[in-house]
Design a binder for this molecule. Structure first.
Ligand code: PFF
Length: 472
């Protein structure tokens, strides 16, 4: 089936780790994690999130990289090769390709906001403005359809440009430059945050939070976020793993990626909260946390233009290395399964996703994909809870597609893959072979229970169960 006579591979394992860490580290780390940490009261939530990464995220990451590296195929072909032709397990692969289309279509809109803010910062647009004026810039952008469409298009063009370059020239080279740059920028901003008055308060909030604020729903939210932040459940890691050599170590690679991702998420908190607290602002401000609070905070410090430009460029970088992996899942499917060339596959998929993103870019206003859409979806979500197109896509991907895909991947490796191939694959090139049974046990029991809990939460059943057993 394969159209490429020889499969592309990473130049080095280091290149793979940076590319995979680049996929994991994104808007989920810098924007969402600090925000949900804020909402759930810090400390305890962070601890539970770390446990979810270790006990659920890490085993699934190993399962995905194992599948990709063993099959040397993108998700759909990988499920077929490791089971039977026409196997229903291939559905998990197709779900992943679909999730890549859905997530990138709206992810690109948020990345576009970050691009616009980088431009605003670099052109000194926040100078001399009051906090109210600066805050209102986000609302103006959110409702401005043409500006959203422009930046969404720009971001998709850049993503297409990188993916067209292929595994070594595009994805690996780009990640090798951007990931260390991101780390460096984070450290610089962290150093800056350490000098603010709010640092002690922020440290206390993140690491010594209040148990009473943590709810059962918060625990489930931590678990769900572990999926999104590690890029699990849609085959991104299967695809990246398929460019590994057969004897590259699955275990230590997965551990390194997860540690890097967690480190960046914690660093993001340590940058964001000191700034937020030292200006007496709200830690749980949703999309506004990054786009409103940060420019307001930085505008009151020396060197606004410089620090704000760095901060938003950093978010664009993080989003780009994630977007690359989202597009690569779809692109590799058409290369492997349909025999398309890389350029054709990238341009067709990239343009299709850009088109699919148009309604998301138009979701901020009162129009057909915005308020009108939200009004219409009240039929499903109840009065006052309607979702615009953008929100609906985010909801479908995060609450349905990724948990379902993750469950499928865990079950496939735990119950369907031949035990010998599984054991050989886990132990190949690894010093951690003795962890094998622990991994299988987590995939067989803990992971399905955890994922089903998230899933039931998404369809609203879990809160009722928790109420019945007295925990809700
Ligand atoms: N992990 C990315 C983030 O935290 O922003 C988002 C993401 C990328 C999710 C790739 C899924 C994926 F396959």
């Amino acid at each position: 089936m394969s159209a490429t006579p020889e499969r592309a591979h990473w130049k080095s394992r280091f290149g793979f780790i940076l590319a995979a860490a680049g996929s994991a580290v994104g808007l989920g780390n810098i924007w969402k994690f600090p925000y949900i940490t804020g909402e759930n009261g810090g400390g305890w939530f962070v601890l539970i999130y770390l446990a979810c990464i270790l006990l659920v995220g890490l085993p699934i990451m190993m399962a995905e990289i194992f599948i990709g590296r063993t099959a040397q195929k993108s998700p759909v072909g990988a499920f077929r090769d490791l089971s039977t032709p026409k196997s229903p397990w291939m559905l998990v692969g197709w779900l992943g390709v679909a999730a890549g289309f859905v997530i990138l279509s709206y992810y690109s809109v948020v990345a576009g906001w970050a691009m616009h803010y980088t431009y605003l910062s670099a052109t000194d647009a926040f100078a001399g403005k009051s906090p109210e004026q600066i805050s209102s810039i986000f609302g103006e952008l959110y409702t401005n359809t043409s500006l959203n469409l422009f930046w969404h298009g720009m971001f998709m063009l850049v993503t297409i440009g990188v993916v067209i370059g292929g595994v070594q020239q595009g994805v690996e080279r780009c990640s090798k430059i951007l990931m260390p740059a991101l780390f460096l920028m984070m450290l610089i901003l962290f150093g800056r945050a350490m000098t603010t008055d709010g640092f002690g308060q922020a440290f206390d909030f993140i690491f010594r939070g209040h148990a009473e604020k943590l709810t059962a729903a918060g625990v489930l939210e931590a678990l769900g976020h572990a999926f999104f932040t590690l890029s699990l459940g849609m085959g991104a890691m299967i695809t990246y793993g398929s460019y590994l050599q057969k004897d590259d170590d699955v275990v230590s690679t997965s551990v390194t990626i997860s540690v890097l991702d967690t480190l960046i998420a914690l660093l993001a908190c340590m940058v964001l909260f000191p700034i937020t607290f030292s200006h007496g602002m709200e830690p749980a401000a949703g999309p506004g946390l990054v786009f409103k609070n940060i420019p307001v905070a930085l505008s009151q410090m020396p060197g606004t233009t410089f620090w704000a430009t760095i901060f938003f460029a950093l978010i664009v970088f993080a989003a780009l290395t994630s977007a690359i992996s989202l597009l690569e899942v779809a692109v590799s499917y058409f290369i492997d399964e349909k025999g398309w060339s890389r350029s054709k596959s990238t341009v067709v998929c990239g343009l299709a996703i850009a088109l699919l993103g148009i309604p998301s870019a138009m979701s901020g206003g009162t129009g057909i994909f915005g308020e009108q859409f939200a009004k219409a979806t009240e039929v499903i979500f109840g009065e006052g809870n309607g979702k615009n197109w953008f929100d609906l896509f985010d909801y479908l991907a995060s609450n349905w597609m990724l948990p379902l895909g993750g469950l499928g991947i865990a079950m496939f490796v735990a119950w369907r893959v031949g035990p010998e191939a599984r054991e050989r694959g886990f132990k190949a090139g690894s010093k951690f072979g003795s962890l094998y049974w622990g991994w299988v046990a987590l995939l067989r029991f803990l992971v399905p229970i955890g994922v089903v809990a998230v899933f039931l939460n998404a369809i609203g059943v879990m809160p009722r169960i928790l109420q019945v057993i007295g925990l809700g």
